[in-house]
Design a protein around this ligand. Structure first.
Ligand SMILES: [Zn+2]
Length: 444
């Protein structure tokens, strides 16, 4: 580090060295950073900006321009990221911090609800939130707590107040399904077991559940419109529908009245059709989309959050009904994604992280998006400006531009040459505070 003309210069080399992660806190009063790098992918523009300088004042970005020798703000600290590429903090629109990639050997899903104290689940969710931030995801839409009640609301608050590090969170709390529409299941009917979602039957109960969840802090409402799936008599994927259109309409009407939105888990078929007819704002997963359903999504402006990569995890053996179902899901999903993309459906990045362990790269989803037709830039924008649009925060999140929150990441490689570079995020700033940076090399 050296001081020259009142400017502090930090030269940060992006080497795969031990990375320091500090708790988040508010930026120091009057703190100004100028960030330099080889290139900036700003989340919205079609092309990267070479040799950028990004001026961060407090929590926000003050200026972004191509380096031209102009004088820097007095007292500014320069963070020189060398040959790195800077991007906006990434946004994952479909996560579960209260899941930890439950594998059958570790007891699967059921032990989470039956055996673990809530405090244990909260402790692990706190770790998951930090791991998301360490991977460069500065914002998540966390789409249900899986039996952990309103735990997401408290974790979001603790992050916002700086007690624990983590991404900005948009939370849905308990989520909603119907009787017969969510685990735990398979127990003797005489035994009452907890359920991973709030189960409702009828429009009155549906609206009441939405009201309760909104009252207790839900930013979005999450609804399960399909549940079990299997291979039908003609080799087709069949999914059990859950809520009726009338039930969903009650939820959507209530939620829209609160100026909030509804995300619908929907695989295909009847349940997905009911999701669209009921006015759902985002289709989650959407394994099989018919041409008519794609046309309806375009008409209604429905978002698609596909979560491709998670379906490649641990398929059941190929010669079992469950194994055939798992393979059918994957086969249909990529085709649906390609069709929706070509038709112009609005697509936002989501992964179902938590459905796989948080130490796995969340950014593995980018390669699947590219495999099924996106350009690397489209894939990046699905997790930046497009995701921000889904969240109703365009211009503030998912973009490196004046006025936006100073949520920035950097990678050593060129993510436009290979999106796998996004798996190795070396620098993370959230809200103008550097959360993760390689060791600082002295002098320059
Ligand atoms: Zn999910």
């Amino acid at each position: 580090m050296r001081r020259a003309c009142g400017i502090v210069v930090l030269t940060v080399c992006l080497l795969p060295a031990g990375l320091a992660a500090q708790p988040a806190s508010a930026p120091a009063a009057g703190q100004v950073f100028v960030i330099r790098a080889r290139a900036l992918i700003d989340g919205a523009s079609a092309r990267p900006i070479p040799d950028p300088e990004i001026v961060v004042a407090g929590r926000r970005i003050a200026a972004v321009y191509r380096r031209d020798g102009r004088p820097l703000p007095t007292g500014a600290t320069v963070i020189d990221l060398g040959s790195a590429t800077v991007l906006p903090g990434l946004i994952d629109c479909h996560t579960h911090i209260f899941l930890q990639g439950e594998v059958p050997a570790a007891g699967g899903y059921d032990v989470q609800l039956l055996k673990y104290p809530l405090s244990y689940r909260v402790a692990r969710a706190v770790v998951a939130a930090r791991q998301a931030l360490e991977q460069g995801f500065t914002t998540i839409r966390d789409v249900e707590t899986e039996g952990a009640g309103y735990g997401d609301v408290g974790i979001k608050q603790a992050i916002e107040e700086g007690y624990i590090p983590g991404p900005r969170m948009f939370v849905v709390t308990r989520s909603i399904s119907t009787t017969g529409g969510y685990p735990l299941e398979g127990y003797a009917p005489e035994i009452v077991v907890p359920k991973g979602a709030q189960l409702v039957d009828g429009p009155v109960e549906a609206r009441k559940a939405a009201r309760e969840q909104l009252d207790h802090g839900a930013d979005w409402i999450k609804v399960y419109m399909t549940h079990r799936s299997w291979i039908g008599a003609h080799g087709e994927l069949v999914s059990q529908p859950t809520l009726t259109v009338e039930e969903l309409r009650a939820i959507v009407d209530e939620t829209h009245g609160w100026q909030r939105k509804v995300a619908c888990h929907a695989y295909n078929g009847i349940g997905l059709q009911r999701a669209l007819d009921g006015g759902c704002d985002s289709i989650e997963h959407g394994l099989e989309l018919s041409d008519a359903q794609i046309a309806q999504m375009l008409r209604q402006g429905t978002w698609y959050v596909p979560t491709l990569a998670v379906y490649y995890y641990d398929p059941e053996p190929a010669d079992t009904p469950a194994g055939q179902r798992d393979r059918k899901r994957v086969e249909l999903h990529g085709v649906s994604f390609g069709k929706a993309l070509r038709a112009g459906v609005k697509i936002a990045f989501g992964t179902d992280a938590g459905g796989f362990v948080w130490t796995d790269p969340i950014a593995q989803e980018f390669a699947r998006e590219v495999e099924f037709g996106m350009t690397p830039m489209q894939a990046i924008q699905s997790a930046t400006s497009r995701a921000a649009e889904l969240l109703g925060r365009s211009g503030e999140l998912g973009v490196v531009a004046p006025g936006a929150y100073a949520d920035l990441i950097a990678v050593a490689g060129d993510p436009l040459a290979s999106v796998t570079a996004l798996k190795d995020v070396d620098f993370v700033m959230k809200d103008g505070v550097t959360f993760k940076a390689p060791p600082v090399a002295a002098g320059r």
